[in-house]
Write a protein that binds this ligand. Structure first.
Ligand SMILES: CC(C)(COP(=O)(O)OP(=O)(O)OC[C@H]1O[C@@H](n2cnc3c(N)ncnc32)[C@H](O)[C@@H]1OP(=O)(O)O)[C@@H](O)C(=O)NCCC(=O)NCCS
Length: 183
C-alpha cells in the first residue's frame, strides 16, 4: 500500500442467536437497517423467528449486519431443502464500499454449512454474485394451504452448499408461506 493511503480498519465479526441479542444490539440493528434501506425496520424481530445474526463492529459501533432464518425451499420435484434464508443485509451508509458487507456475508456463508441451501431475495445482484450466489431464473411460488401463490415479480438468489443436491435452476422454486415478506 502506498504512503498516505488510509488503511481500511477491520471490524470484529460476531455470530449471535436472536435470544442472546441485547436490547441495545436489537435497537442498533433496526437503526442500521433503517438507515441503509431508508425504510422503517421497527417490526424486524417480529418476522425473524429463531434468527442468527452476524454483527460487524468497529470500536464497538455496529457497522454491518446480516442474519438468517430457517426456511423450506423446494426446487422442482426435489424434496424441500432445509434452507438458511438471509435477511436484513445492511451496512451503515458512511461505512459502505469498504468490504464490510462482503466480510459479513462470507462469515455467514461459513456458518451455514450444515444447511442444504442458502437463499435470499434482492434486487442487488452484483454484490451477492461476486460472493458465489446465483440467480434463480426459474419461476417462483409460495406454498399456501390453498395451493401455490405464484410470485413472478420476485428475484431470488441461491447459494449452493456442500449438502446441496444437484439442482435444475429452470425448475419452479417454492417456499412455505410466512407472514410479512413472502420472499
Ligand atoms: C448492499 C450492502 C449491504 C453492501 O455493503 P458494503 O459494506 O458496502 O459491501 P462491500 O463494501 O463489501 O461491497 C460493496 C461494493 O464495494 C466494493 N468494495 C468492496 N470492498 C472494497 C474496498 N475495500 N474498497 C472499495 N470498494 C470495495 C465491492 O466490489 C462492492 O461492489 P459490488 O456490490 O458492485 O460487488 C450495502 O450497500 C447496503 O447496506 N445497501 C443498502 C441495503 C441493501 O441494498 N441491502 C442488500 C439488498 S437485500
Amino acid at each position: 500500500m502506498s504512503a498516505g493511503q488510509p488503511r481500511t480498519p477491520h471490524p470484529t465479526l460476531e455470530l449471535v442467536g436472536v435470544d442472546d441479542l441485547s436490547s441495545d444490539d436489537r435497537s442498533a440493528i433496526i437503526r442500521l437497517c433503517a438507515d441503509a434501506f431508508e425504510e422503517d425496520f421497527t417490526p424486524l424481530f417480529q418476522y425473524l423467528p429463531d434468527s442468527t445474526h452476524v454483527l460487524a463492529r468497529l470500536d464497538g459501533e455496529l457497522v454491518s449486519h446480516a442474519c438468517w432464518v430457517t426456511r423450506s425451499l423446494q426446487p422442482g420435484e426435489l424434496r424441500p431443502l432445509r434452507t438458511a434464508y438471509v435477511e436484513a443485509v445492511a451496512t451503515a451508509p458512511p461505512h459502505q464500499g469498504r468490504g464490510y458487507g462482503s466480510a459479513v456475508m462470507q462469515r455467514l456463508a461459513a456458518a451455514i454449512g450444515d444447511y442444504e441451501l442458502g437463499g435470499l431475495s434482492t434486487g442487488r445482484f452484483s454484490f451477492y454474485e461476486r460472493l458465489g450466489w446465483e440467480r434463480w431464473p426459474g419461476p417462483l411460488a409460495i406454498r399456501t394451504q390453498h395451493g401455490l401463490l405464484h410470485t413472478p415479480g420476485e428475484r431470488v438468489l441461491i447459494l449452493r452448499l456442500p449438502r446441496t443436491p444437484p439442482l435444475d435452476p429452470r425448475a419452479l422454486l417454492t417456499a412455505e408461506w410466512r407472514p410479512g415478506e413472502l420472499w
